[in-house]
Design a binder for this molecule. Structure first.
Ligand SMILES: Nc1nc2c(ncn2[C@@H]2O[C@H](COP(=O)(O)OP(=O)(O)OP(=O)(O)O)[C@@H](O)[C@H]2O)c(=O)[nH]1
Ligand SMILES: [Zn+2]
Length: 217
């Protein structure tokens, strides 16, 4: 996505269709969008009446195929995805946007390259930089037109990432409340989570300054 994608515009996105999506926790409605510039297919999972003006429990989730689908313990993405859907189901109302910006925007193959550099000693930020990328290449401009589709203007946003909250505010999407989403800290991802807290500003307490031991991954 270009910088101009930060500007809210329905012109960037086609709303296509929807279907029922039963999950272990609730039956959501799955909505499909196509980004005009890239052809990328973005998704929204909706539960309950979200267009009534009251702040909506929401997760803006960036694709992580390894964590969301392949059960990777290197990160917290899969557990955050499940945790967010469970919370929405418990309340009976909410939305999860699934944005196709894998690997903080560098793509799946490059993320695997970055993981290999991390096995050689780089942290998650250094690995991106060694590959010539910014630590986080993501943009959130599509969130605005996706939410407009459902008449949602205010979020109770499940995130630990202050830059995501700022991005929403800059788009004109109100974050009425931040809901922490601290799940699945484990031996394989504690250094990654601590690096996110120390270098990317994520709101979680760094506990382990030392890197993962050789051979742990
Ligand atoms: N480049 C890169 N991307 C990663 C790495 N680990 C996870 N990701 C990607 O990071 C994205 C998730 O970002 P996070 O920083 O974990 O979380 P966040 O979405 O910014 O913040 P939260 O809302 O608190 O979850 C997904 O797109 C993952 O594929 C990594 O080591 N390198
Ligand atoms: Zn992940």
């Amino acid at each position: 996505m270009s910088q101009s994608a930060e500007l809210p515009s329905q012109d960037e996105l086609n709303y296509v269709t929807s279907c029922a999506l039963p999950t272990p926790w609730a039956q959501f409605t799955l909505h499909a969008f196509v980004e005009k510039a890239t052809g990328k297919e973005h998704l929204a999972m909706v539960l309950g009446e979200i267009g009534d003006g009251a702040p909506v429990l929401a997760r803006v989730h960036s694709e992580c195929l390894t964590g969301d689908v392949l059960f990777s313990q290197r990160c917290d993405c899969g557990a955050q995805l499940e945790g967010a859907l469970k919370k929405i189901a418990e309340e009976g109302r909410g939305v999860l946007l699934y944005l196709r910006q894998e690997g903080r925007g560098i793509g799946l193959v490059n993320k695997i390259r970055a993981y290999r550099l991390q096995e050689a000693g780089a942290d998650t930020v250094q690995a991106n930089e060694q590959l010539g990328f910014k630590p986080d290449q993501r943009t959130y401009g599509l969130v605005k037109p996706m939410l407009e589709q459902f008449n949602v203007k205010s979020l109770r946003l499940m995130t630990n990432n202050p830059r995501k909250i700022n991005a929403m505010t800059n788009l004109g999407v109100e974050v009425a409340e931040r809901v922490p989403l601290l799940v699945n800290r484990n031996a394989f991802n504690q250094y990654y989570l601590d690096t996110k807290a120390a270098k990317l500003g994520h709101m979680m307490t760094p506990l382990m300054p030392a890197p993962v031991e050789d051979g742990a991954l």
